[in-house]
Ligand binder design. Structure first.
Ligand SMILES: [Zn+2]
Ligand SMILES: [Zn+2]
Ligand SMILES: [Zn+2]
Length: 254
C-alpha cells in the first residue's frame, strides 16, 4: 500500500497567520505544513482518507486525488474535519455516497456540526452524501481489515487506525497498554509530535521519541507539528529510524 502525507501540520498550520518567526518565513518547502491528514492507497486500489482537514481541497488538488472510497475520522476537532464539505466533489463525480467511520463520540459531534452532509442518498448531489459507520474492530473496506486504535487526547478517547503494518496516531497524549499491544509488528508509524514543550493533549518531542522507541516500528514519521519544529535542524537530531514527515511525502509499506 501507499501512504501519502496530505498535511503534516498542527491546528494552525505552518506558517501561522501573522507569525514572524524564522520557521514561518523559511524558504524550505518542508517547513510549509497544511493541516493534518493522510491518504492510504490500498493494494486493491482504494483511496482511504484519514480526516478531512480545512486544507483538504488544496491537498486534493496538489495530489491529484481522483476518488475517495472511505474516510476514517480520528476525532472532531476543527483541524481534522472542517474540510468535510469538499467530499461532495467525489460524491457528485461518481453519484456515490462515501462511507465515513468514527467512534461514537466523534460521530455524534460530526452529526452536530455537519448534519446536512451525513444523510441518505437522494437525487440531490449538491452537498456531500456521507454514510455514517461506528468504527468496530475490524473495519472492512474492500479487501482491507482496519483496526481502530483507541488513544487518549487530553480528556477525550479518540481513534488511531492500523492497516497491515501501517499505523496512524495523531493528537495523542497517552496510548493505553491495550492499544500498545494492538501495535505489535507495525513497520511504519505516523505519530503526533506537536512541539518541544509537552502539551496537555499532545505528545511533546521527548514523549514522541520515547513512545516510538517503545512501539519500535522499522520507521516512525512525526506528524501534526507546529512552527516550533524546523525541518532540517530537528531532522539532524533524531534517532535512527525516526523522521519528520512533510506535506506530499509518499511512503510504501505492506
Ligand atoms: Zn489536531
Ligand atoms: Zn511561526
Ligand atoms: Zn485534536
Amino acid at each position: 500500500m501507499k501512504i501519502t502525507v496530505l498535511g503534516s501540520g498542527s491546528s494552525a498550520g505552518t506558517p501561522v497567520i501573522g507569525c514572524q518567526c524564522r520557521v514561518c518565513h523559511s524558504e524550505n518547502i518542508k517547513n510549509k505544513r497544511t493541516r493534518c491528514s493522510s491518504m492510504i492507497t490500498t493494494d486493491d486500489g482504494l483511496n482511504i482518507l484519514i480526516d478531512t482537514s480545512p486544507d483538504f481541497k488544496y491537498q486534493a488538488m496538489r495530489e491529484s486525488i481522483q476518488k475517495v472510497d472511505a474516510v476514517l475520522f480520528t476525532h472532531h476537532h476543527a483541524d481534522h474535519c472542517h474540510g468535510i464539505d469538499d467530499l461532495r466533489a467525489f460524491c457528485q463525480k461518481y453519484k456515490m455516497p462515501i462511507p465515513i467511520y468514527a467512534n461514537e463520540g466523534t460521530m455524534a459531534e460530526l452529526k452536530l456540526k455537519f448534519n446536512y452532509a451525513i444523510r441518505e442518498e437522494s437525487r440531490f448531489w449538491e452537498t456531500p452524501v456521507l454514510q455514517d459507520h461506528i468504527a468496530q474492530s475490524p473495519i472492512i473496506i474492500g479487501d482491507n481489515e482496519i483496526i481502530p486504535l483507541p488513544v487518549i487526547h487530553g480528556k477525550m478517547e479518540i481513534l488511531g487506525y492500523r492497516l497491515g503494518n501501517f499505523a496512524y496516531i495523531t493528537d495523542v497524549s497517552e496510548i493505553p497498554e491495550s492499544t500498545i499491544s494492538l501495535l505489535k509488528g507495525v513497520d511504519l508509524l505516523l505519530l503526533d509530535c506537536l512541539r518541544f514543550e509537552p502539551h496537555f493533549s499532545h505528545f511533546g518531542f521527548k514523549q514522541s521519541i520515547e513512545i516510538s522507541q517503545k512501539i519500535n516500528p522499522k520507521r516512525t514519521f512525526f506528524i501534526h507539528m507546529t512552527h516550533d519544529i524546523e525541518y532540517d535542524a530537528v531532522s539532524s537530531e533524531l534517532p535512527e529510524n525516526i523522521f519528520l514527515a512533510y506535506d506530499g511525502l509518499q511512503l510504501v509499506t505492506t
